[in-house]
Write a protein of this length. Sequence first.
Length: 461
Amino acid sequence: MAWAQTSAPLVLSGGTVVDVTNWGHSAADLPNAVVIIQNGKIEQVGPAISLPVPKGARVIDCTGKYIIPGLIDGFVGMSTQGEASASLYMGVTTAVVRSDGRHGRLDSGLSPSPHLYPIDSVGTTDDWSLLMGHRGWTERLRQNGRAAELPPDETLQQLTATKALGTRVVSVGPNVTAANTQWIITRAHQMGMMTYGQFVATPFHVGIEAGVDALVHMGSYELGVVPDELQQPLAADPEGSAANTAFDYAERVPPTDLHVRTYAKLVASHHAALMPTFATFFLRLPDHRNLWAEPVASLLDPGHMSNPPDRKSGELNYPLPQWTRRLPAIGQRYMEANLEKKAEQSALRLWHINQALFAAFPHYLAASGAPVDGSFPGISLHVELELMVRLGLTPREAVAAATNNYAVQFNWTEIGQIAPGRRADVLVLDADPTANIWNARRINTLILEGNVVDREALLKK
C-alpha cells in the first residue's frame, strides 16, 4: 500500500498508541485509538469511543497493532540512496547526519529519504565542514594535515554561516579548548542549534556544566573519568601521545573506581544526555550476528562503509601492517587473532564502564553511528535499541530514546510523539515494542509526513 497525501484525511483506527513520554517512564498507552492525519501533520488523537472517523477519510485498520512515532537516528552518515532507503525501510524517519571521512559526504538530494538534520563542526578547521565550497570558507577551514582551533570571531562567523545552511546540530570536537567550548555551547543555543560534545582538549566536566546537549560515542565520552593530571596535557596535545595515554587510562579504569562513580553522577545531574552509538561496537561484543543477512543490507555498498564486516562471516576485518606479509600464513593468522582478541577485550572494558554510568540513570539518545565499524544504516539503529535493553533500559525506555527523548532534550517539538501538531512520521507495528524491543522491527505500515510509504519498493531502490 502506498498512498500519497490528498485533501482527505488519513486515519489510523483501532490500534494502541504507545506512550513514549517522560523518557519512557510513563506507560499511559491509548488502546483502540483514532489518529487523524492531514496536511502532513497529526491533527487529532483520541479514543475511538469519543473521536469519530471523518467522512471520506482513508482508513487503515490498526486493530491489534501498535502505533509509535517514526524513529530518529541521532548520528549517521547519509551519502548514498541505499543508505537513505535502508534507513527508511527500518523505520528511521529522521536522521541527524554527519559528513566526515568515515561517514562520507551528506547528499541532501536523496529521494526517498528520512528528514535530514545536518551536523556541522564548529570552532575548528575541517575539510568536511558543510561550509567547504562556500564563498570565503574553503581556505579558512582547510586543515592542511591537522585540525586547528579557530579564534572566537571566526567561530561566530562560522556558527552564523552554518546556521544559514540549515544546520541543526554543531559538534564541538577534540581540538576546541575549554573557554571556546563554553562560548560555543551558549551561542549555539541562542541561535537555536543543539550541541554534541566530543571533547578532548576541553575537560568533560566543563562541557557538561556549560550545558552541552549530548555526549557522543562510547569510547569517547569515557574520557570524562580521567584525573586532572592526565586531562591537563590534552589542552596542548589533543591528538598526540597525551591523548593516547588518557584514552588508554579511561578504557582500563575499573568500573568501581571513584572517578567513574563521580563522573556518572555528574552526567546524570546535568542536562547532557548520552549518545553511546553502541552499534559501532556490536561486532566486538558477545552474542552478535551477521548483519549482512538482513534483507535490507542488500541496498548497502561496502565501498561506502568505513571498516565494513566480511560479507560471509559478518565479522570485522583486522588488517595487519605491511611488514607482516613476510611472515608465514600461520604467523599472520596468529596476529589477526590477537588483534581481534584485543579489540573484543577493549569493547568489553568500555561496556563495563557504561554499565557503571548507567547505574546513575542518565538520559539516553539512540544513534547508530553508521556506516562505521560494522554498523549499518537503518539496521543498526535497531541494534542500538537491543544493546540499550541489554545495558538495562526497559524496551519502552529504549523506544523513547529513539523518539520523544529528542523532542525533550533538543526541544524538537515537531517530532517524537503521536500527538496533535507533530509531523506525521508514524510506524504501525504488528506487536508491542514495550514487551520486546525486537517488535520495533515488525513494521506493518510506514508513514512519512502523512504519506504511506511502500516499504517493499524501497528494497529495489
